[in-house]
Write a protein that binds this ligand. Structure first.
Ligand SMILES: CC(C)(COP(=O)(O)OP(=O)(O)OC[C@H]1O[C@@H](n2cnc3c(N)ncnc32)[C@H](O)[C@@H]1OP(=O)(O)O)[C@@H](O)C(=O)NCCC(=O)NCCS
Length: 235
């Protein structure tokens, strides 16, 4: 995966890394997000421009509305996943909202999928990977139907849904997509476990790399300060 993608300062569009064929095939670490990730989730969502917020939420959510959405996230009931860059910024994330369906034996029969990828990280397959990950996760939790609500103009999102075999129903400017999920299997359970462990390992490596980087930066700052001081002999 091409890195780093940074949230700030926003680079000029021309500096966006061009996705390569390798990007689309490379393994992408997807981590489960927890309550402690709220600030990173908020930073990710507020980095979306007005049009992207409109596509993601169905309205051009203001920063305060995003803050309320992030505060209200229920990490017990729902599943949130993300892709981090080397700076540990969240460059892509998905929200799988579990909705209880009627019937005591079917408490989690349906889930709604929402996703966003930062503009600079698009076209590398992250949106599609997050969807596949959500499907795996949902199957392992007994979800039978995945639901996506998208604006009809949202070609990329609808392409992801269609490719997965979802039933897509357009109603003017809005479109709903329904994907029936097969039950879980040994392969889906092992697959999720391995993905989770590899992604956790990748995240720990990034944390270590960032610490080493911070130390190196501090050392070079100290060196620069020492080098900038007037030598004692000339005082
Ligand atoms: C929708 C979104 C998540 C897609 O993310 P992404 O990482 O760029 O998507 P991918 O790279 O996995 O591409 C998915 C498919 O859409 C296609 N695609 C991507 N961008 C496209 C575009 N602008 N126009 C047409 N097709 C596009 C890709 O070619 C790919 O199809 P393929 O697998 O057949 O090649 C991203 O555009 C986004 O965050 N948009 C704003 C928020 C949003 O719309 N959320 C969805 C509503 S919940």
């Amino acid at each position: 995966m091409s890195d780093p993608v940074t949230l700030h300062p926003p680079p000029a569009p021309s500096s966006a890394p061009v996705p390569t064929a390798f990007d689309r095939w490379a393994w992408v670490p997807i981590r489960s997000l927890a309550a402690r990730h709220r600030p990173r989730i908020a930073a990710h969502l507020t980095a979306l421009d007005e049009h992207d917020r409109y596509l993601r939420f169905g309205y051009p959510a203001a920063d305060e509305q995003i803050a309320r959405y992030v505060d209200a996230l229920d990490f017990e009931r729902d599943e949130l996943f993300g892709i981090f860059n080397r700076r540990l910024e969240l460059i892509a994330m998905a929200h799988l909202a579990n909705s209880p369906a009627p019937g005591p034996d079917n408490p989690r029969a349906m889930a709604e999928f929402g996703v966003s990828v930062l503009a600079l990280a698009r076209g590398r397959g992250y949106g599609g990977r997050l969807f596949e990950h959500a499907v795996l996760h949902a199957r392992n939790r007994g979800v039978q139907t995945l639901f996506i609500h998208a604006l009809s103009e949202n070609t990329a999102m609808l392409r992801i849904a269609r490719k997965a075999g979802a039933l897509v129903e357009r109603d003017g400017p809005e479109t709903e997509a329904w994907l029936k999920l097969p039950p879980d299997s040994l392969a889906t359970r092992v697959g999720e476990l391995m993905e989770q462990q590899a992604a956790d390992f990748d995240y720990r490596l990034k944390v270590q790399a960032r610490r080493v980087n911070d130390i190196l930066e501090a050392i070079s700052e100290v060196k620069a300060n020492i080098g900038g001081k007037t030598p004692i002999a000339s005082e």
